[in-house]
Design a protein. Sequence first.
Length: 331
Amino acid sequence: MCILSEVAAKASGQSSILQDRRPAAPARRPSPVPPAGILFPPTRSLSQGGGPRRDAAILSAHTDHKPKEETMLELKTIPAAARGIVLAAGLLAAAAPLSQAVAGPASWFRGERVQGNGKIVKQSREPGHFSGIGLGMSGNVEVRVGNSESVTIETDENVLPLIETVVENGTLKIRPVKKDASFDTRNLRIVVQARALEKISVGGSGNVEVNGMRGERLQFDVGGSGNINVRGLEGASVAVSLGGSGSLKASGMAENVNVSIGGSGKVALGQLQARNVTVSIGGSGEATVWAKESLNTNVAGSGDISYYGDPRVNKNVTGSGSVRRAGGAPQ
């Protein structure tokens, strides 16, 4: 007896039971089917009246009012071909939300690029107290150390509101409002007024110029292809870290200097007179330093270290790198 035909007959009020005249198929192990709630229009062979849409409605209504065990038992009696159709349709329905999510706009995979409109405007902002600066976008930033704290941005009118300046954990973050956005403009200048600075970091391709940076512990990080230039630096401890192809240049005086290069970046500290210097290069970077008392070097790649002064030198070179003296003092 065809169970689905019986369901259709009961729902339509018929008293007779339609017989399935097809020969009985050999017994086989039932295949898994989706839950009773996932039903799709069956073929005409599943019932002899009402059409595919009526069959689907009747079957859905029937399974909704039966115990789970009985419903699953009846579903298992669906012919193998029909079960395949139901299973395939269920998989397609389950994959539909995922396909909609994946088929998003191309902007999900690459940053948005904004073209400047050419109308130059200037805006002054007061972000609050900060002791560090983090640049996360392209552009030129000039840092002036003094008695005030502010940010002045000069750029295209349509680009200005897309630049965010916010203080997080004591660091002034300068970045696009929308992550990974970039600006196609020739006019982008940022001036930062700071009372005191301890850390400057560049995560993109921007440039930072600093005048008169002083402190006990000063830290500089370049993680992209950006550049940092510091004039008039004075610090007891100076730490420099380069992880990309960027560069750092500094002049002034320091007690202890620690330089770490993990990429192809370049550190120019030949104008920074230091007492003790440690340099570690793990890539193809270059470093020039000025050490008066001690110089500890560690080169694990093809990097090169040049130094000024007559310090005690501790060399550790693995690879094709080199450590050489450039002279007694820079010119």
